[in-house]
Design a protein around this ligand. Structure first.
Ligand code: ADP
Ligand code: MG
Length: 226
């Protein structure tokens, strides 16, 4: 049923599901940021997604994926302070532009979506690969997907796994941009909170799709998250 991708209504449900996962991880994300920065990353992500949920409730049922993402990005940015508010908000808005005119999100569109987010983070945040930021997870996800993926679930699952691995690898990096760059070598040994947040969002998306596809692991993983 989802082989050819998902439509805007399903996409709306994916966003809501990811918001729930971020809420569940708020304390964890704060603690990751406490080791490197000011301990507020979970709060920022939670506030951002709360604003996104409120905005989704205002948008009419016919809104396309590009509109949902564009409004979500603006709401996220308006509700949050700090670096990640701007970085994630702009990333969602860039993803919106990449989906303009598409009624469905399939594996090919998902690849555009990740690439657009990658360019947005590097231009908005002036981050480069290996600087220990969310960019490392976004780029890792994008690279993991080939042009021949035939299902959205397959593509998103690969991307989520790659983003998790990339987020873990940021522990071995010295932070070069943002607040944590002040720590220099002391930033070693801790994963970048923004990269972890991004991997949580992709894993939520993969789990949502797996559950709707009726795979045995899918339903169980969503039930576990409730
Ligand atoms: P702040 O650093 O303002 O307290 P948060 O704690 O909410 O913001 O978010 C920190 C995360 O934001 C970092 O883990 C990193 O992934 C991301 N980040 C910060 N600055 C940049 C940047 N210039 N480019 C890309 N990502 C960034
Ligand atoms: Mg912070």
């Amino acid at each position: 049923m989802f082989e050819s991708g998902i439509d805007a209504q399903a996409f709306r449900e994916v966003i809501k599901f990811a918001a729930g996962r971020i809420t569940a991880e708020e304390a964890h994300l704060n603690s990751l940021d406490a080791a490197l920065g000011d301990g507020d990353h979970g709060i920022t992500m939670q506030l951002g997604f709360e604003a996104v949920l409120a905005k989704l409730g205002e948008l009419d049922a016919q809104a396309g994926m590009d509109r949902l993402l564009d409004e979500a990005g603006m709401a996220f940015m308006a509700a949050t302070g700090g670096a990640s508010g701007v970085v994630f908000g702009k990333m969602f808005m860039a993803a919106a532009r990449s989906l303009k005119g598409f009624a469905r999100l399939g594996p090919r569109e998902f690849k555009f979506f990740l690439k657009a987010m990658e360019s947005s983070v590097s231009s908005a945040g002036k981050a480069r690969l290996g600087d220990k930021t969310v960019l490392d997870a976004v780029a890792g996800a994008g690279e993991s997907i080939s042009d021949s993926e035939d299902t959205l679930l397959g593509a998103v699952t690969k991307a989520a796994t790659a983003a998790e691995a990339a987020a873990e690898r940021t522990s071995n990096m010295i932070c070069r941009v943002g607040r944590a760059s002040r720590l220099g070598e002391r930033s070693l040994g801790h994963p970048d909170p923004g990269a972890v947040s991004f991997s949580i969002i992709l894993r939520a998306m993969a789990d949502w799709l797996a559950a709707r596809q009726g795979g045995p692991g899918g339903v169980i993983s969503v039930l576990k998250a409730l």
